[in-house]
Design a protein around this ligand. Structure first.
Ligand code: NAP
Ligand code: G4F
Length: 323
């Protein structure tokens, strides 16, 4: 029997990599794509899979449209990756973030409960749940303390997933994923903002790069590795919760150093600290302990931060050169 998957958020970074992974495994892959006035398929195109996935016009805020998407595609696995995922925006649009990132997940869960008998469900949880960290290395048992409207919305979605697993016996898993990046990362996130600027500065198209808190620390991995962890969770006998991380944390400052030095530049000559990029409340440091994912899923991060950042700088150097 052909295995099939429905991915909400298929047009985002993780959605595109997950679609590529599942197609490679022989899945029939469908994706929820909300109507947008401009092109949102560029990532699927860059990975060469745009023509291989079935797109269903639907929105996680509209339960009826999700029911229809499930009915039309009859997936065996449902991956809920849709979100307003940019933390900075979540203070500017807190209610929208709650509706898409929080209630949107509840809509997808409810659709699976109503018409998705036997379907497996994955929720894109996040290390932002740990926020003001309560343990030096965060794992599945570390208490949560979200620090943004985005984190709070994700907390609701996380517990709804666990609640539906316990209440209705749904095979539902949460992946508490730490930051993961790639050449397909949105330009507003700090790694891609830096690698794009490095390419522009190197090619004489920009001089300065304005950043906020460069002393914040993150546990950064490669998105291609992390979608594999999602798939592995879905293959387990039972749904569960897993931290997915590299186990190494680095400052934004040192990430800049790696990016600039890859093309022979010094970050100190170009980075300008700009108050507009500081957040009302910051997550100062994240450092994950992926021991459970390693032991139970046989998963391990394969890409170092240096490899990741140089891959991203090289991709942006090509993009900028191509205009
Ligand atoms: P992303 O690039 O921002 O993608 C988000 C996706 O959600 C896009 O496809 C977007 O569609 C879609 N979307 C937004 N509003 C929607 C709506 N109302 N209905 C249906 N789809 C909607 O995010 P990502 O980096 O791939 O992350 C995937 C998921 O993992 C997100 O839930 C994110 O919060 C979570 N997460 C990410 C990380 C990370 O470091 N990347 C870490 C932990 C958790 P458009 O493109 O058309 O707007
Ligand atoms: O790249 P960021 O915007 O990612 P953030 O806030 O950690 O969130 C990402 O990872 C989460 C997992 O932990 C996901 F759930 C979430 O969806 C998203 O994918 O910012 C990283 C750090 C922050 O401390 C921020 O304050 O970089 C700092 N930073 C400093 N200057 C900046 C900037 N961030 C951005 N975006 N832009 C700056 O100019």
């Amino acid at each position: 029997m052909t295995r099939s998957a429905l991915i909400t958020g298929i047009t985002g970074q993780d959605g595109a990599y997950l679609a590529q992974l599942l197609l490679g495994k022989g899945y029939a892959v469908a994706g929820v794509s909300p109507r947008r006035s401009s092109d949102n398929l560029w990532r699927l195109r860059e990975l060469g899979v745009e023509g291989d996935v079935k797109l269903v016009e639907a929105d996680v805020c509209d339960l009826a449209s999700i029911l229809r998407a499930i009915d039309e595609t009859k997936p065996t696995e449902v991956y809920n990756l849709a979100a307003q995922s940019f933390v900075g925006t979540s203070w500017k649009q807190p209610l929208l973030t709650g509706q898409v990132t929080g209630l949107g997940a509840a809509n997808v869960l409810e659709a699976v409960r109503l018409v998705g008998k036997g379907m497996r469900f994955y929720q894109a949880s996040t290390s932002e749940l740990f926020g003001l960290i309560q343990a030096e290395r965060q794992d599945e048992k570390t208490p949560f303390y979200p620090r943004s409207p985005y984190g709070v919305a994700k907390l609701y979605a996380h517990w709804m997933t666990i609640n539906y697993r316990e209440s209705f016996g749904i095979h539902a898993s949460t992946g508490i994923l730490f930051n993961h990046e790639s050449p397909l990362r949105g330009i507003e996130f700090v790694t891609r903002k830096v690698t794009d600027a490095v390419a522009r500065i190197k090619q004489g198209k920009q001089e300065k790069l304005h950043l906020g808190n460069i002393d914040a620390k993150r546990d950064w991995g490669f998105a291609g590795d992390y979608v594999d962890a999602m798939w592995r969770m879905m293959q387990q006998e039972q749904g569960d919760d897993y931290v997915v991380a590299t186990g190494r944390t680095t400052t934004v400052r040192d990430m800049c150093r790696i990016a600039f030095s890859h093309v022979g530049l010094k970050y100190e000559d170009h980075v300008v600290i700009d108050p507009q990029f500081f957040r009302p409340a910051e997550v100062d440091v994240l450092l994950g302990n992926p021991a459970k994912a390693e032991a139970k899923l046989g998963w391990k991060a394969t890409t170092s931060l240096e490899q990741l950042i140089t891959m991203m700088v090289d991709a942006d150097m090509r993009r900028v050169a191509a205009g």
